[in-house]
Design a protein around this ligand. Structure first.
Ligand code: ADA
Length: 580
């Protein structure tokens, strides 16, 4: 059980306040100069839930502009605090007692903010002895200079607000930031603990360490390099994590004034010759791409929705989820760890062209978010693949420096997982030598070659085969290959005797063809069908190809009502599961 936190890690000794609830709110319109925000002039005139996005709220629906959120935290002003934001968007600035402490231009990323003790005597705005004023300004306008990562041309709606929750931690001068756990030997239960400290960090630390409910061990005078202390040790009664038996361990590290519990699993993931090896055994990945979305809540999903989504994915016979197209909710990854799903997590990108991929700000923030994603999700055994730059321009030499930069950043942060990006250019890709596993996005039989063909289902299997064969010749010989996107649209409830495009029947027949190829072809190591459920895109002329202004390729609609394809995919995925 997690103690006093929304997601691992937790800190039993600390006072942690989960700030989710009702906050003061003001929508400030679209003319605010974000460089000169005067928080003391804001007249809060409404209340909004945190987490939630204001552009789903009936009074501000679809609006683009600046919003201010305020809450008061019961916390002694003389104490240091640390704010844990689990993810928001699109751009935010954080003020405590009137002082600007941080900005965040990385939509969806979890990030922390140090809150220094207040000098009450100086009478900072909002500063009281036992109460601190927290104001978060959130802007959801597109602006490539201020917030380079998200753009209006992406095929999913960009919301404004708190996508996820917020925690306020009271912390001592030296505190525990994270303990990153590396599996050194699954059989012996050998792990490396990389203890990361924050604040005024000493040169040596002494700490107590215990795994699960086993006895504490004392470690004296461990040297701290930079802010990292390293301990190699054995877990008593270590068990291996796998989708069938998702055994998890906890490690509790205690200092004099602070402690932390991290949860992790022991497993290995490797790229073999044309195969993916989980715990040294080949595995076929069967699953879906999934957006964090709901028509009423946008990306601010209640916990129950996360659990329901995973229950559906399990019912479908999936073992794999591609978290498209941004860093995932830590609560979701905690659940994936518990339920035994394998996850591809990626940083935010969508069809980024040549000009963008060479642009300095875009490159800087891509790297920042990619590194942060790894730091946040490091201990989840469910995460097996790190991805970046979904469908960016990968057939041009000019974009190679960014692809290299991100692949290198991922390997520097974590050398234990597989690196990939989803390519839409399987026939001309130039960067496939950079990945461990190739991800191919293709929609044969949907965006079909033969426009006259009424139901071009015949294109699907041969096209997938030739895409896979081609990437193996383009610098990916021997590498595992998965189809990271493939799919067809269907409008929920739409049936027609011709079973044309957009009918549930066409989608069901389409996905059956896809599943047959994936399941029968040993050279394809997995699939993430596009997509788990329908999700909102923009109400512009794009709706001519995205009816209802939704991407309708979900096997379920946006309210998670199954379409005809659901039973078809389930039958095929489950049959494979039984054979395994
Ligand atoms: C791309 C993209 C998806 C979605 C899909 C589609 O492959 O990565 O986000 O837009 O196309 O539906 O066409």
């Amino acid at each position: 059980m997690k103690i006093n936190t929304l997601a691992y890690p937790c800190h039993p000794k600390r006072s942690v306040q989960i700030l989710n609830g009702v906050w003061d709110f003001k929508f400030l319109g679209d003319t605010i100069d974000l460089n000169h925000i005067q928080t003391n002039t804001i007249q809060f005139d409404d209340r909004c839930a945190v987490p939630s996005v204001f552009d789903c709220h009936p009074s501000y629906i679809g609006k683009r502009g600046t919003a201010a959120y305020r809450c008061f935290v019961q916390s002694a002003a003389k104490e240091n605090a640390w704010l844990r934001f689990h993810g928001l968007g699109l751009w935010a600035q954080v003020f405590v007692d009137g002082q600007a402490l941080a900005t965040c231009a990385l939509p969806y990323s979890g990030f922390g903010v140090e809150v220094p003790a207040a000098n009450v005597n100086q009478g900072n705005q909002g500063s009281k002895k036992n109460q601190r004023e927290l104001i978060v300004i959130i802007d959801n306008r597109f602006d490539k200079d201020r917030m380079p990562l998200q753009h209006q041309f992406y095929d999913f709606f960009a919301y404004g607000g708190f996508y996820r929750g917020v925690e306020w931690h009271t912390v001592p001068a030296q505190s525990l930031d994270r303990v990153y756990v590396d599996t050194l030997d699954t059989l012996q239960g050998k792990v490396r603990l990389k203890i990361k400290l924050r604040g005024s960090v000493a040169n040596f630390i002494s700490c107590r360490v215990s795994f699960d409910n086993f006895k504490e061990i004392n470690y004296e005078n461990i040297p701290v390099n930079g802010n990292l202390a390293v301990i190699d040790t054995l877990i008593p009664k270590a068990k291996t994590w796998s989708p069938e038996q998702p055994h998890l361990h906890t490690v509790h590290v205690s200092l004099e004034n602070d402690d932390i519990i991290e949860r992790f699993g022991m497993r290995t993931i490797k790229a073999g010759k044309e195969e993916i090896l989980l715990n040294e055994k080949p595995i076929k990945l069967l699953g879906y791409c999934r957006h964090e979305a709901h028509p009423q809540f946008g990306p601010a999903l209640p916990l129950e929705q996360l659990i329901q989504d995973l229950a559906y994915l399990r019912d479908l016979g999936c073992n794999f989820i591609r978290g498209s197209h941004y860093p995932q909710d830590q609560r979701f990854l905690d659940l994936c760890d518990e339920m035994g799903f394998l996850v591809w997590e990626e940083s935010l990108g969508w069809g980024n062209g040549k000009e963008m991929c060479v642009e300095a700000n875009f490159r800087r923030d891509q790297e920042l978010q990619t590194r942060l994603m790894v730091k946040n999700s490091y201990n989840h055994p469910s995460v097996i693949i790190w991805g970046f730059l979904n469908e960016a321009e990968s057939s041009s030499n000019e974009t190679r420096p960014l692809f290299e930069q991100l692949a290198n950043a991922l390997r520097e942060e974590d050398s234990t997982r597989l690196v990939s990006y989803a390519t839409m250019h399987p026939f001309h890709d130039k960067h496939l030598d950079l990945v461990d596993v190739v991800g191919i996005n293709q929609y044969p039989g949907w965006y079909a070659k033969d426009n006259e063909e009424l139901r071009p289902l015949g294109e699907i299997r041969s096209h997938l085969v030739s895409a896979v064969d081609t990437v193996r010749k383009l610098g990916a010989a021997n590498k595992p290959v998965i189809i990271s996107e493939v799919g067809a649209g269907a409008i929920y409830g739409w049936h027609d005797p011709l079973c044309a495009h957009w009918t549930e029947e066409y989608q069901a027949d389409y996905l059956e063809e896809v599943c047959k190829e994936i399941l029968e072809n040993p050279k394809i190591n997995g699939v993430a069908i596009w997509q788990f459920m329908d999700c909102r895109t923009y109400a512009s002329s794009r709706a001519l190809v995205r009816p209802r202004a939704f991407n309708n390729k979900g096997t379920m609609d946006e309210y998670r009502r199954p379409k005809a394809a659901y039973q078809r995919v389930k039958k095929m995925f489950r049959k494979k599961g039984q054979e395994a």
